[in-house]
Design a protein around this ligand. Structure first.
Ligand SMILES: Cc1cc2nc3c(=O)[nH]c(=O)nc-3n(C[C@H](O)[C@H](O)[C@H](O)COP(=O)(O)OP(=O)(O)OC[C@H]3O[C@@H](n4cnc5c(N)ncnc54)[C@H](O)[C@@H]3O)c2cc1C
Length: 347
């Protein structure tokens, strides 16, 4: 089999790059081994504001301008609904917290997103002593539905193989790559935390962070906004909510843990005061990078080898933009944004 591209990994990064290939009528084959779960378990929230510091997300406006039509196009092609728009209500912890919100209103990059009027209503079951601030133009992509539907779509078209890609079997001697009975002009590695097993790119400084979420059923909680407090409570319909997320920098497994569960239950006590049952728990490793910029670009020695990784905590917003930039860099001589280029890290 002869293809233009081999893609390793079909999470948000791989999917975003495959979309570029489909749009450009390139041929490709994807390998996916189900070793990582980050894109499957993600909350999927897109939010242009960093609510811990009331600062704008890097290139938020530009990213949303590309990301929202990107997901709409997939919704239309796959006949699925994955984009759920909502307001985020930030529950203030103190008067100081409120004052920081008012100061943030002066930042030009935030005016489109933050409401100047606070919401002092009370919502059954929600603990909030200092009102809420509304963030607009936010929402959630149902990443589990997106990734699984997309894999089915590729499977139906014979474009994905569900097996581990074995790096040592890749022949890089010539300009054309050879892997088993496949020849390809380029290979793009979109492996998330799996990059640690990649001998070509494992020198890159991925500072991975495990995250865990609970799905709960709370019949007396009736909110249609994302509640952001010490953790987020995200409505997914019929009084079910996703609650998260933890950050663990030492556990490198994707298994749900008792520590993660206990931490979420403990924090949730300070956020809602109505009964709930836990329906499920999930976990994954976020491919985060110190400096919060993705890891994208071409291998120093083997120019046919390419990486698209480091989407960190915001893969939903970032993936479509960086995949587009990478594709145009490889195919149309566009400059790669120096902030994301792996050239910033020496081998
Ligand atoms: C608990 C949690 C909550 C999150 N919430 C949000 C959120 O609300 N909003 C947001 O934007 N982001 C969120 N994220 C972050 C988001 O999940 C990531 O930014 C994104 O999913 C990373 O995508 P990726 O494709 O780079 O990596 P991954 O999703 O890890 O995908 C890599 C893929 O490569 C495959 N793979 C790896 N090695 C090989 C190999 N050798 N052969 C074949 N296949 C291979 C893996 O199986 C996997 O499917 C969250 C993450 C977690 C864990």
């Amino acid at each position: 089999m002869k293809v233009d591209y081999i893609i390793v990994g079909l999470g948000l990064a791989g999917l975003a790059f495959v979309e570029e290939l489909i749009e450009a009528n390139k041929t490709f084959l994807v390998f996916e081994d189900d070793s990582q779960t980050s894109s499957l378990v993600a909350g999927g929230v897109y939010n242009p504001v960093i609510l811990k510091r009331f600062t704008p997300v890097w290139n938020a406006k530009e990213q949303l301008k590309i990301a929202l039509p990107f997901y709409k196009r997939i919704e239309d092609r796959l006949h699925i609904k994955i984009d759920q728009k909502f307001v985020i209500k930030k529950a203030f912890k103190s008067i100081e917290d409120q004052n920081n919100w008012f100061s943030a209103l002066d930042k030009p990059k935030l005016v489109d997103y933050l409401d100047a009027c606070l919401d002092s209503k009370s919502y059954n079951g929600v603990i909030a002593d200092f009102s809420f601030g509304n963030v607009n133009e936010a929402g959630r992509i149902d990443t589990e539905k997106l990734v699984s539907s997309y894999r089915d779509y590729l499977k139906g078209n014979g474009l994905i193989q569900f097996e581990k890609f074995k790096h040592l079997k890749l022949n890089t001697d010539n300009e054309i790559l050879v892997y088993k009975d496949i020849t390809a002009s380029k290979i793009v590695f979109c492996e998330g935390f799996g990059i640690k097993q990649n001998p070509f790119f494992n020198y890159l400084p991925l500072n991975e962070a495990k995250g865990e979420l609970l799905t709960i059923h709370a019949p007396e909680l009736n909110i249609d906004f994302l509640l952001k407090s010490t953790l987020f409570v995200l409505p997914i319909g019929n009084n079910y909510y996703k609650v998260g997320a933890t950050f663990n920098w030492t556990d490198k497994t994707s298994n749900p843990s008792k520590e993660g569960k206990d931490e979420l239950i403990d924090k949730l006590k300070k956020v809602i005061d109505v009964p709930y049952t836990i329906v499920s728990q999930s976990a994954g490793i976020r491919p985060t990078v110190a400096g919060r910029r993705p890891l994208v670009g071409i291998h120093d020695t083997y120019k046919q080898l390419v990486v698209l990784n480091g989407l960190g905590t915001r893969g939903v917003m970032i993936a479509p933009t960086v995949a587009k930039n990478l594709f145009n860099h490889l195919e149309n001589n566009e400059e790669l944004d120096i902030e994301i280029d792996i050239k910033r890290f020496k081998k």
